[in-house]
Structure formats: C-alpha cells, structure tokens
Design a protein around this ligand. Sequence first.
Ligand SMILES: *Cc1c(COP(=O)(O)O)cnc(C)c1O
Length: 580
Amino acid sequence: MEDQNLNQYQPLESIEDVEEFYSAIRRENLTHKLSPERPYCYWTIETYDKSNGIRGGGGLGVLAADMRRVAEQLSVPFVLVTPFYPWESHQKMENLQQTDYHEERNYKDYGFNYVDKVSIRTATAGVELDVIEKRLGTSRFLCITEPNFGELYSGESGSDHRLYQEVALGFGGYKALKRIGCKPAIIQLNEVATFFAAIARLDELASSGMDLYEALVYTRKHTLYTNHTLVQAAEANFRYDQFEQYVFPNIKSSAVRRWLSNQFNNGEIRLSTPTIEIAELRSGVSKLHARVANYHDINGNKIKFKSVTNGVHLRTWVLPEIMDYYHEHNILTRFDLPVEREYEENIDKITAEEIRNLKRICRVKLNETLKHRTDQYGNVIQIPEDAFLFDFKRRFVDYKRPWLPFTDTDRIAKILEENNAHYILSGRVHSGDDVMFGKLMDLLKKIDENPILKERVHYLPDYDEELGLALSLGANSSINTPIVGLEACGTSWEKDIANLGLLISTHDGGVADCSSDNYLHVEGKTEEDEVKSLYEQMELAIKAWNNDFDLEYWVHTQLKAYLDICSGTRMMRDYLNYLF
Ligand SMILES: *Cc1c(COP(=O)(O)O)cnc(C)c1O
C-alpha cells in the first residue's frame, strides 16, 4: 500500500525544540529525567503500524503506535517494546461470509536491524528470541520475535500460547532493553498482557541485593498500568501449573516467586491482581472509563484510575491540508496543541466553503484508496463526489452495534435514496467470535435482499489503518453507537472530528468527556428509541451538510469541544504530567 498520509511528518530537530516543548507543557525539568539511556518505555502486546510491518487488532494497537509517533514528533526519548509477529491474519469475503487467511511477515522487509538473541526458559526447555530494533528519531521499536511466535491473539486468552507470548514479551523484552543499554525511566504497561515486564524489573532488583519490600516500592513508583477494560471479571485466568511451566523458571529471586505465588486464588490468577500490586500509577483511557472501571486490589478495595483520554497522532490521521489550515490559522501550535486563548475564536472563523473544499480533497483520497479494495461482492467501488457518505468503521463486536442502523431497512433505504447517500461499513470479526460472524452474515444478506441498500451500502472487508484513515477523510458523517457504558474510549471518532466530519454517536467513551450538546447525539431509554434517534440524527447530518450555517455550527462546536482531546500531544502531555 502507499502510505500517502502516514509518517509524513518531520520530528522536531534540535534539543532546543524538545526543551521548548517541555516548557510549553510546563515540564522544564524533563530533560534531566528522560534521556536516550533512560527512556520512556512502553510495553504492548499489540501495535498497529502497518508501514513498520506490525498489524494490530484495534484501538489498543493504534494507541501504542500513536504514542510512539507523538514521541518521535516531539523528540521524547521513547522505546516501544512489542512483539514482531511472523504471521498476521486477514479476511476476505466468499459468498457474503468472512473467511480468514494468513500472511507471513519478515522484519527485514521493514527496515529492522537484528541486535542479538536473548533467551527465556520454560520448565523443560530454553527458548531463544531474536531482538530486533528500528530507530525513528528519538523513538525506537524494540521487538522480540522467533519463527514460532505465532499471530497476535492466536489461541484462547487463557491458553499456554498466550502465556508464552506474554512471558516472552515481558522477560525477553526486559532483557532486550538491557542489551541495548537502556534503563527505563518509566515502564508503561499497555494492559495486563505486559505484566511480566514489571516482574522482570522487580526480579532484577530483588536478585541483585535489594530486599523484596524495597524492590517492590521502587518498581511500584516507576510503573504505570493503563487499563482499557471495564470489568475485572471478564479477564481470563491462568492456572498455577501454567505458571510453573512458563513463568517461574524465568524468575531468579525466590522472594519474588513467593510473592507472585501469593497472588493466586484457588490455584488461579488474573493478571490484573498482581499488576495492581506492582503499579502504583494507574490510568484509564477516558474520564468515564476511569470512573466506572470496576477493579479491586487483593484486599477488595476499589482501585482509582487517573483518566488520560486517548488522543491520536494528528499528523498521521488528518489530511495534511487540514493540518496546514489548523497551523496557518492559529488553531494548533507547531506541537499540535490548541493555541491557548485563541483556538476557539479561530475555529469559529472556519467557513462552510473552506470545509467543503477540504472535504472535496478528502473524498478524492478516499476514492484512491477504494481503487485497490473490494466490497462484499468483490467489486471495486467509488463514491461520487456529490454523494453524501456515512461510515461505520470499527471492530465487529457486539457492544459497538454495527447492525443498529439496519434495524429498519425501509427507513434507512429511504434516507439513503432520497438524499443520494451511501453507507460504508468496515470492520473485522475476531476469529472465533461465532456470534458476530453470524450477525455480519445476516446483515449482509439483509442488505443483499433490498435493491436500494444493495446499491448504496458497501461492506469493505479486512478493515485496517488504511481504510480507517481513508474513511475518516472521505465520509461526511460517521456513526458510533456503542451501548452506553461499554466503550472505554474509542479513537475513530476523533479522527472523524479532526477531519471535519459530523459525528453521530451515543454518549460513551471519550465522547462523554464533553457534554452531549457538542455532536449529533443518539439517545433513548430503549434500543428502539435509540434507533429512532439515530435516524433523526442521520437526517440532521444530511440537512446540516446542505446548509452553510448548520454545517459551520456543528463543525465549530465539535472542534471547540474535542480538538484538544483528539491531540496526541495533549495525551503525551497528560502522561508526562502524571508520570514525572
Ligand atoms: C482508529 C482505529 C481503531 C480504533 O477504533 P475504535 O473503535 O474507535 O476504538 C481501530 N482500528 C483501526 C484500524 C483504526 O484505524
């Protein structure tokens, strides 16, 4: 694929630039705390950065990739520790059914350098892992890999293979960090699958002279656990015998082994339990999520999470011409933060004509991408310049309700036909999710049976970053309808708002950071009411687009409320402020 918009940015060039950024976020002392030898270390089982050869599954991976991109842009010393998966899964359609296929990936094709081997142990054998790295400005990918590492999320979540992958990432990744001469200033654990990185650090301290208590205090102070889940009980368990097989052989200190054994309950462990004990810093990914995430420590006390709402790397996800507009009109600073005291006033000056002109360029970009993708029938589609376009693009999981707009097929057909509107649907069903597999098939049949929908609703399989970007650019209005209370943050909607699209959404995740007056709000006591509200908002979006005053009103309102939240620099600032 051609990444026209991905990675097309210049990092800040000099040390003065970094210092200016630190001073812009009022953290002048950071140059002493973060350095190439003592970097910000971010551990993640998932990264979504196709141009660097690593495909993710969803928002968790996009977040990790965007954190690194922001660090590179702002010259923050940063190491992303993540697996390089030798295999990745893709999907295609056959007779309106999703089928999976697999492609092999070689890190040498993506500019990675081989560093060395590190080894981890199981109870019966040693495993050699390749350490590879790729530097991009002050940031780098530090990956571990081996030919049998498998795919992202292969196997069940409590399976031996998952545990092996997590152990390899934690213990192997920590050894890799030592091998390149880095000591972490901070370890951020992107979800509990990275827990073993903190254990590796604890074990290093405890096996080199510190007593366990001291080592725990030190590790706790320098470890941030970022939670994306709502319910602790939903997490998979591992058994003690699995730990004997895969985990304990990698721990030198008997005190650490004992400490970890004590975290088991009836022979089972959920990784969030010891993660909470080993990380004093804890964050959730939106205001609402940080408030409602229901987690308890080992004594049953409810855990507090600091909210750091996910942002996106704007220069990756926003049309360059729109970014130029934000910069030239004093809406964003050169660090991509809103210009203090001025940005709201300047947003109010964006005219409907400017919005339409920028969106016209966006539509051309979308159609360029669509030329090498196919719909559910295997056909290439193009969206006419003068057609209105809705999109729904996200993982096909039940709580996101991709089927919601098709509850009343006659109603949606009428909306689309009367307004020359099209609807693009994109998202992957997680392999093994039989329920959603069936729901997607039913949805596509429903569309197939209705001649208007068949002409105007396009399902694009194999959803990925390229489609995510293209749709954020090319759609006039995007639809985001998670069941309220179940979305941790979501970031697709941020890409849509920053690209001047109109957001139709339920009040959930990061959208709920601001009041529901700031976008086209879908609400209702019952799902039936929500569906009604959704259709009304779809009609409103079309009307707004045909009326300069309304178009300006909604674009201004959304941007004033959310541009700050969308900014990946704002997210980095919030993390740096919390951590140091
Ligand atoms: C932005 C993006 C996401 C994030 O999706 P949400 O449903 O908003 O969390 C997931 N996958 C891809 C490919 C993306 O580009």
